[in-house]
Design a protein around this ligand. Structure first.
Ligand code: SF4
Length: 356
């Protein structure tokens, strides 16, 4: 699985990653037990899909005024959710909780056709902030279901994205989460099986699961293009490039953020001595710094950089003020706002920020 060439540009030659390279020997750690430094991963934080989803809710607030209802957390980040709540957003679990005729925004993780139908039946005005890269996977499900394939969706049970994607063709999709799920899969024709995946998985673990499925179904078909998105894979590549040099890696992200949790796992697999997921600087524990000289810092795709800056301040106060950025890619991706919102922004020239 590779990073989409449209999504990134190569890191420039002055970057740390080009000097040390992924998997470089942890010489600095050995030779300078006393030298405190921070390696800061780039890319990190907000991806194009999260940026668009948060922007959508902010512009909906400006254009229509509060309250704006949002089904599920718009993105999986506590800070973002709390900030929007303070501005008049009401988060609900289901469209059935939204008053008839009100405005509801669907989150970046996507929704099933059944949710669209329910919103329609309740006369809700909807803005769909599903990330276009999640929509791409929904379209793949529809296409393969139409061609009568059994679809094995690799993903985490109960995750909103998986529920939305499976909901496109519930009678054709089977979820493969744990290794033991592969043995439970039941297909009609072993020559017509395709695997697809959640967008925010560990690239390496997903390929392990694919190999396992292939042992059962040698003619297994692959997705037409990578389902794990550019942002997820880029953040994993960046953390891998620095992990072996780190005594401690701090991943800023919320517990329910799939891509953030994967960064902790990837850091440990790539050689970090210790790694923790923290929502913010307040959650960092002093005991984690015992015998630590190099601290790696990164963040999940739903994390605003202000939280990373607070972590850097927290580290600087403890002597880790020397920060070196480890750049493995420069991202240039952005998505247009949802069509239904763009239309209203165009029709409303007084809108404070206009059309993006
Ligand atoms: Fe889209 Fe990937 Fe960001 Fe999810 S992590 S919102 S799929 S760009």
């Amino acid at each position: 699985m590779t990073t989409s060439p449209q999504a990134t540009e190569p890191a420039n030659s002055a970057d740390h990653a080009d000097q040390a390279g992924p998997g470089a020997a942890p010489d600095a750690t050995n030779s300078a037990a006393a030298q405190k430094r921070v390696l800061l991963a780039k890319p990190r934080g907000y991806c194009a899909g999260v940026d668009r989803a948060v922007d959508t809710v902010e512009k909906a607030l400006e254009t229509y005024g509060p309250p704006v209802y949002v089904r599920k957390e718009i993105v999986h980040n506590k800070h973002v959710v709390q900030t929007l709540e303070e501005r008049g957003v009401i988060f609900v679990e289901e469209a059935s909780e939204v008053p008839e005729g009100a405005l509801v925004v669907f989150s970046a993780h996507g929704v099933s056709p059944a949710v669209h139908e329910e919103a329609k039946n309740r006369n809700l005005r909807t803005i769909d902030a599903t990330c276009p890269l999640v929509t791409k996977v929904h379209k793949e499900v529809n296409r393969f279901a139409r061609d009568d394939y059994d679809i094995l969706l690799i993903g985490h049970e109960g995750h909103e994205e998986v529920e939305g994607t499976s909901g496109e063709a519930p009678d054709r999709v089977q979820l493969v989460d744990k290794p033991e799920d592969v043995d439970k899969v039941d297909v009609r024709d072993p020559n017509k099986v395709v695997w697809l995946s959640q967008t925010t998985l560990s690239v390496d673990e997903t390929m392990e699961r694919v190999d396992q499925i292939k042992d059962r179904f040698p003619d297994l078909q692959a997705p037409p293009s990578d389902d794990i998105c550019y942002a997820t894979s880029n953040r994993q590549v960046a953390v891998k490039a620095m992990a072996a040099e780190c005594d401690l890696v701090l991943v800023v992200g919320s517990q329910n953020s799939s891509n953030s949790k994967r960064l902790v796992e990837v850091a440990m697999q790539a050689g970090a001595t210790d790694a923790h997921l923290v929502d913010s600087a307040e959650q960092i524990e002093e005991s984690w710094f015992d015998d630590v000289s190099t601290v790696g810092v990164t963040s999940g795709a739903s994390v605003p950089d202000v939280l990373v800056m607070q972590v850097l301040d927290h580290l600087a106060e403890r002597g880790w003020g020397d920060v070196e950025e480890v750049t493995t890619a420069n991202e240039k991706v952005s998505f247009a706002l949802p069509r239904e919102l763009r239309k209203d922004l165009k029709d409303n020239p007084d809108s404070p920020k206009g059309v993006r």
